[in-house]
Structure formats: structure tokens, C-alpha cells
Design a binder for this molecule. Sequence first.
Ligand code: KDG
Ligand code: MG
Length: 403
Amino acid sequence: MKISDAYVIVTSPGRNFVTLKIVTESGTYGIGDATLNGREMAVVAYLEEHVIPALIGRDASRIEDIWHYLYRGAYWRRGPVTMAAVSAVDLALWDIKAKAAGMPLYQLLGGKSREQVMTYAHCTGRDIEGCLAEVEKHVKLGYRAVRVQAGVPGIPTIYGVAKREGERYEPADAELPAEHVWSTEKYLNHVPKLFAAVRERFGDELHVLHDVHHRLTPIEAARLGKAVEPYHLFWLEDCVPAENQESFRLIRQHTTTPLAVGEVFNSIHDYRELIENQWIDYIRTPLSHGGGITHMRRIADLAGLYHVRTGFHGPTDLSPVCLGAAVHFDTWVPNFGIQEHMPHTPETDAVFPHDYRFEDGHFLVGEAPGHGVDIDEAMAKQHPYKRASLPVNRLEDGTLWHW
Ligand SMILES: O=C(O)C(=O)C[C@H](O)[C@H](O)CO
Ligand SMILES: [Mg+2]
């Protein structure tokens, strides 16, 4: 199982994706997702200059040793660029191991804990009515859970809401960062009305989620959590920037609204206090940023001890490779909560043939050996990389804020 070749494929079928392919002497290969939205080429350089040369000749079956070689061995631990690269290697190696065993990945992890994986859809509107129309559409498609985001009067652009009604929302929408404006007071005064309208129109059973996208201070997040308790959200996501894990102590003291966090985390150490103090309810880190299967299952196991469940990030800026591996992980992991589902474009799906299926609001895992996702390299070449950046936020007085 010696690694004989490894290379990076950058493609942009509607948006940028970075894929690592690792080939063994026997010809069995595996692929991993190394996409880091808006910072793609930094991961490409990391892989090409520092990781790939050190992989050639290693035994692909020694996943654990290679993980620690790349993590501890780099001396410079953690960080999104390093961990995206480590994750891509890890996902490709698990793909190879499962293919060599002739098993779908979920079998290698320990087998099925469930038959299907509940997902949540993005429902966004320029105003509350527009958002309700999207919820209606997604409920008809079979979704049991929806993330609702609506425009706020007086704020011209807002996270999660497409520029024009009916258009797909892609945050990295300009070559250099677009500048958005943010007003906490306008948002806090408006957003509870959205949940009230959703509950009034759709009743109590639908799971309702919301992403604050890191914009509040702890006391503001506590105010929001309390205000929305009557609408019993499934979760409130990223209500504060989470570098300071202690922030969640304050929020938790004030509200019973469940809290999700971690789409920008990449290590168990980002979570340790949050989980051990039971300040959060869901972990969000995707496999392609959190060190792959090897590290994410350690985080999920720690979380399980404290009744914390998984709710993996699943926007379009993670490739179908990450999503496919996530469907296997979600099918196995005992403390599964929910999986985010933001459908890829048909062009993306064509570049990445896959065997996971979506039916009636759920993902169904495939039975092909490995994680079940491949890349059509010839088609990938037809979509060259285009620089794209995430926006920045400024308060109304011009102060740079969290986006
Ligand atoms: O899907 C979500 O919850 C997000 O917050 C999506 C992020 O804005 C996106 O992945 C940034 O690249
Ligand atoms: Mg989010």
C-alpha cells in the first residue's frame, strides 16, 4: 500500500474546489477535499510544497501515524490552512483503506447507527414573506428542518440572503471582499418576528434553525436566545465569535435555546471547554477542516460524553467529497444530530460523481467501497480557478465588524 503519487486538482464548476488525489502502487486511489473558501490557493501551496513530497513512499494504511506526522511533525500546529491540508490527506487515506477492504466507509467506522441522515435546508428571503415562501417550498420537498434567514429593514445586504429573489446565495461573490453594513440593534429588533411568523404559519413540529454568523456580543446573544425561547429553535448557530470559549458560559446562564458552534474550528482544543462545561449542544466542524475522520471522531466522542451532538457544516463551499464522507460519518456516529444541506450546482455534481442520494429531506448513504465520491479530472480541467473572496462587515459608523 505504498503511496506512489499524489497531486492537487483545482477546479471551479460554479465555485472553487481543491481536491487532493493520493495514488498507491496497486493503483487504488483516494480523494480528499482541501477547499478553504476564499483561501484556496494557500492550501494548494501547503499541500504541494510541504505535504505531498513527504507522503510519497509512505504506507497508505498507516492513517494514524501519517496524521500525527503531519500534525505534530509540522511543529506549527493547527490553523485552518494546515488542518484543511491534513484533513484532505486523512479523507483520501480513509477512502483508500475502505476501497482496499471492499467496504463502504461507514462499515469500516463501525456500521450503521441509522438508516437515513436528517438534513436541514437553507430558506432565505429578502423579507419575512419571501423567507416563508422558501420554507413552504422546502417543506413540500420533504425537509423536516429549515434554516431561516431574512433581510432586516434598514440593512441593505445581509448574511444568507441572495442579492435577488430566487437566486442562489454564494457568499464569496467578488474577487476582492465586498463591504457589507451591519446593525446589531436593527437585527435584534427584527429577527424574533421571523421565528414568530414561521411558527404561526408552519406549526410546532418543523425544526427551525438560525445562523447569527458570529455577529453578537455574549450579552446580546443571551438577549436573542431568551427572546426566541417561545419559538423553540432546533439551534442558534455561531451567536458570538468563539475564540473566547468563556463567552458561552454567560450565554448559557441566560437561555435554554440550543447552541451550535464550530464551522470555523479545526481542533478538539477549540471545543474542549465548550463541551466539558456543557455550554453548547452541537458541533459544526466539517470533516475537511477538522482533521478528517481521524480527528473528528475524537471530537464527536468527547461531545458524546456530554450529550453534545453533531451538526456538520455543509455549505456549497465544501465539495461533494467532504459531503460524501460526511454522509458516511453521519450514518455511523452514535451522537448524530443533523446535517446541513446546501445543494451543489449541477456543474459541481457532474465534476464529482457520487453515490450518496437525497430523498425526502434525508441523505441516504451509498454502498460503493470508499466514501463513494470521485472526480472527473478531464471535466475539472474545463473549469479554471477564479479568485473569489468572502465579504467583510462594517458597522454603520464604518468600524470593521465580524462577518
Ligand atoms: O452554512 C453555514 O452555516 C455558513 O455559515 C456558511 C459560511 O458562511 C460559509 O461556509 C463561508 O465560507
Ligand atoms: Mg454558519
